[in-house]
Design a protein around this ligand. Structure first.
Ligand code: PMM
Length: 264
């Protein structure tokens, strides 16, 4: 899954693809580089980010989704709002990536049920402005699993079919670096929930912290080699997909991983 943020303020690619034609060109490049899905987002979810209103978010993503879908690109929309998801689905998106797992907007799960789209339910505890106040766990894997199971139950209650559901541990969302590492190390336990797992580590700040020189974290655009390592480990742990900025590198790394597994 290739990342396309149509936002002024995302931590890695913010401001680069605000213009529709630049965003569409980048989405097509992600597809050509090997992305099976292009994930279009119109609201930054980085820690501390302020919210945009629904009309602004829908306006940012609508034309981009439509143009990519018209070109045959499978598009997902990264949103917590049912109204934005509806615009994107109407304009050709096939998947909704809800980082709140249906918690932020009570209309989201009924919309997914009614439209029959696939939906990613990510582990989430609060909106970006306050999410790091909720990064407290005893056993992070057990708690994330239990909370994701709760979201699966809510989706089923709303009428979403099991084969439409994808789960995501939500690295960096109400998580400290140690939580991200433990979730990565114990990813197979999340697979035990019985759903495909999406894994999103790309360029995140815990990688910048790992690779810091002195007090200076490694900047986001110099975290792709580290991201590739996380992606190979995630594939090996059975992840269904990884959500990444560097699609070409990821496709190469996946080819190496697949060839190795086939030979073994
Ligand atoms: N991370 C971000 C945004 N959307 N969606 C899913 N399903 N999983 C993630 O880990 C995730 C996400 C934040 O990263 P970005 O600002 O690079 O998009």
């Amino acid at each position: 899954m290739g990342i396309l943020n149509v936002t002024p303020d995302s931590f890695s690619d913010g401001g680069r693809y605000l213009d529709v034609s630049a965003a569409v060109a980048h989405g097509l490049r992600l597809r050509d580089d090997g992305a099976d899905i292009v994930d279009v987002g119109g609201e930054s979810t980085r820690p501390g980010a302020q919210r945009v209103d629904a009309d602004t978010e829908a306006a940012r993503v609508g034309d981009v989704v439509a143009a990519l879908a018209a070109d045959g690109v499978p598009v997902s929309v990264d949103t917590t709002r049912a109204s934005v998801a509806r615009v994107a689905l109407d304009r050709g998106a096939v998947l909704v990536n809800d980082v709140s797992g249906g918690l932020a907007d009570p209309g989201m799960l009924p919309l997914a049920a009614e439209s029959g789209c696939r939906i990613v339910l990510m582990h989430w505890r609060a909106h970006s402005a306050t999410m790091q106040h909720h990064a407290e766990y005893g056993d992070v894997v057990a708690e994330v699993s239990a909370e994701l199971s709760g979201r699966v139950a809510a989706a089923r209650d709303a009428g979403v079919a099991d084969d439409r559901i994808v789960l995501d541990p939500g690295l960096g969302f109400s998580k400290l670096p140690a939580h991200n590492w433990e979730l990565s190390a114990r990813l197979p336990e999340l697979r035990d929930l019985g759903f495909p797992i999406l894994f999103g580590a790309s360029r995140k700040s815990y990688l910048g912290a790992l690779l810091a020189e002195g007090d200076a974290p490694r900047p986001p655009d110099a975290r792709d080699a580290a991201t590739l390592a996380t992606s190979v480990l995630a594939f090996d742990a059975g992840a269904w997909a990884v959500r990444v900025h560097d699609v070409r590198g990821t496709a190469d790394a996946r080819a190496v991983w697949q060839a190795t597994r086939r030979a073994g």
